[in-house]
Design a protein around this ligand. Structure first.
Ligand SMILES: Nc1ncnc2c1ncn2[C@@H]1O[C@H](COP(=O)(O)OP(=O)(O)OP(=O)(O)O)[C@@H](O)[C@H]1O
Length: 296
């Protein structure tokens, strides 16, 4: 399958221009949508999920016009929103059975098999009788994926699913997501660069409603080879370095500020050492073109 987003724009009633001429092409596999808070990631996902209208542009899923043929899209879609409520007094198993019924799985035996399979897949089988209100954040997210998978969707959208998860739960969630991507398009929105480097074969960086970069992580990192330098400085020196260099990230370690700079041409003075680029450098060097990275 192929999802082609062409010149999508959206301005909210309050005047916020949340999507500016967004164009992207997504194939089967995991696609990461990376951007800081307020970048427009949720706006884009809600539009693709047929939950809100765009002002202009088009979204095509193969031959299907996503913005027009909403009912058909919803039949092909699995969606895990950023925040979703659960009925606290209902066990996971019963809730999944109910959702499967709503999605049109009428046969009780078929439903039982489907629900059991999903619970096993997301590692909640032993907790299936527990009320959803007693689930931890990670268990809720895994439940969220199970409900999104009902109906064998061809397009799966997950909006910041790892926010707030501890490292073990995040890993469990990564493992789960990485099994989904092969025959489906999975769009994963996140502001965590590691999510993209771990999971995604392709990604885009979006900031202030605009696509700043789209491609595969390896090529993106390779393009920065020999251009990233680092140095430990005193905090008081940051102003100087900000004025002289393109500082793309700062990190405090044992009282010293470790800065990384991008040199498009030439080599820096001041005792910088050359360093191996990573996806975070790709992210910050793109974002730094639009916003002050010290504020994000
Ligand atoms: N319903 C709305 N009405 C008005 N403005 C909105 C609405 N939804 C989002 N916005 C604004 O649109 C911009 C993009 O928001 P969006 O939620 O799409 O970003 P995001 O990248 O998902 O951010 P986050 O990572 O914080 O969830 C922000 O400035 C936000 O305040």
């Amino acid at each position: 399958m192929k999802l082609v987003i062409n010149s999508l724009s959206k301005t909210y009633a309050n005047g916020v221009h949340a999507l500016k001429d967004v164009s992207l092409t997504l194939n089967n596999g995991m696609f990461g949508l990376l951007g800081p808070n307020g970048a427009g990631k949720s706006s884009l996902m809600r539009t693709i999920a047929t939950l809100q209208e765009a002002d202009s542009g088009s979204v095509m899923l193969d031959e299907l016009d996503v913005l027009k043929d909403k009912t058909r899209v919803r039949q092909l879609l699995g969606y895990l929103p950023q925040e979703f409520g659960v009925y606290p007094k209902i066990p996971a198993e019963r809730m999944l059975d109910h959702i499967a019924q709503l999605k049109g799985v009428g046969n009780a035996g078929e439903r039982k098999e489907l629900v059991q399979g999903l619970l096993e897949k997301v590692n909640l089988f032993k907790d299936r009788k527990k009320n959803l209100g007693t689930y931890s954040g990670g268990m809720k997210q895994r439940f969220g994926i199970a409900q999104a998978l009902i109906g064998a969707p061809k397009l799966i959208i997950v909006d910041e699913p790892t926010a707030g998860l501890d490292p073990a739960e995040r890993n469990r969630f990564y493992n789960l997501l990485s099994q989904l991507g092969e025959n489906t398009i999975v769009i994963l929105s996140t502001h965590i660069v590691e999510d993209v480097s771990t999971l995604c074969s392709n990604f885009a960086i979006i900031c202030l409603g605009e696509v700043l970069y789209a491609g595969d992580p390896e090529t993106a990192v390779k393009a920065l080879d020999g251009k990233i330098y680092s140095k430990a400085i005193d905090k008081s020196e940051l102003k100087y370095y900000n004025e002289v260099y393109s500082v793309i990230s700062t990190q405090l370690k044992s009282g010293k500020l470790h800065i990384r700079i991008l040199m498009e041409h030439g080599t820096p003075q001041d005792g910088f050492i050359t360093t191996t680029p990573n996806l975070e450098d790709v992210y910050f060097s793109n974002i730094a073109k639009r916003v002050d990275i010290n504020t994000i």
